[in-house]
Design a protein around this ligand. Sequence first.
Ligand code: GCU
Length: 411
Amino acid sequence: TSSIFYGPEGSSPNYDEEKVAPYELPDLFLTIAGKQVSSFDEWFSVRRPEILSVYEKSIFGTSPLQARVSFRKSGPERVDATKSIRAQLYDLYLDNKNALLTQFIVFTPLNAKEAVPAFLGPNVLGNQSLTDLFSLPLSISWVYPRPALGIDATGYATVESVGVHSSRWPLDMIIKRGFAVVSFHYSDLFPDKPGGRPESIQPLFDVSSNRSYSWGAVATWAWGMIKVMDCLKDIDAIDEQKVIATGHSRLGKACLWAGAQDKRFAGVIANESGEGGSAISRRKFGERVSDIVRHLPHWFNDEYRSFVDNEENMPVDSHFLISLLAPRAVYVASAEDDLWSDPKGEFAGLVGASKVWKLYGNIADLSSYKEMPLTGKPLSEILSYHIRSGGHDITAYDWKQFLDFADKFIK
Ligand code: GCU
């Protein structure tokens, strides 16, 4: 259909399943020393740390996870009585520098009697794009120009951007179901462009620590999620034991990495996260490592470049990334026309990872799924999946499934 994306200029994605060559996935249970682990405890204490450090070294880069942050309320609480939503902005600071990192927004149900579970995810156009219910300040961080979404030709938000992504953040629906939403503008941490590093928060860490970090932009966004998570234990309206890392596409990659590094996230929902997210790279279907390295070279670390046209030699594949979330609840979602993200590969990543949940106590084993779940027929387990009709986006349909999943496995 017309919504199928053939990638940026210079890419020639394979969209023909017949052309996917047989591939062999690296073994989740074989340690670097060559030992086969056979219990979950052993996997968790020996194999998992190995996989985590390979991801740091070869894909996302290392991040200053120990950095301390502080936060304070910014502006008054805003209330929409008709929709029963409360909104509060907070400034997030890097402690030792007193540097403002970002401003995060917390939406909570007005009449909640106790702390509520939450979805935590960055946004791509600024907090003002989530809703027009409150007059939230316009983001002052650069994004690539998109006049149709109220981003001017120089890459800054105008009033036209207010509420433009409300369909991706259906607050009314989420709040009614008793969940909070926590978000921040990803550009505050790393403006999403090649060469964006000097304007990112990364230089703050160059001198303050005696080591250097190899984090790319995706890891920087993930780091932001982790640092906002640090604050939630001090926000009474939120139950910090029940926070789900959530993200779409590039931020789906970020939320997988946030959940992998930080076990406090009770669950992860990765929507259409594609290459570098939940899709198996070795399928070489849709977006490839080469596409990311050419167009979005700031996303991953330097070693990632060595996998251009060399996916079979990656020390990991996406099932390794997802495995790092075990035994927590994970949702991977795809869309039929979003072939660039490789729906089949996204599902294959989840299936591959499910072996670890099986080892944990037979709570999920997707290996019997020889075929993809049908469009519009969600698989509702601790490892959930759906593919819906339509293209690359987050829709009310997606949120309906995410909320059912969160009710069942997080609430
Ligand atoms: C591009 C990129 C993808 C990414 C997507 C998005 O298409 O190539 O890797 O997932 O943007 O973030 O929407």
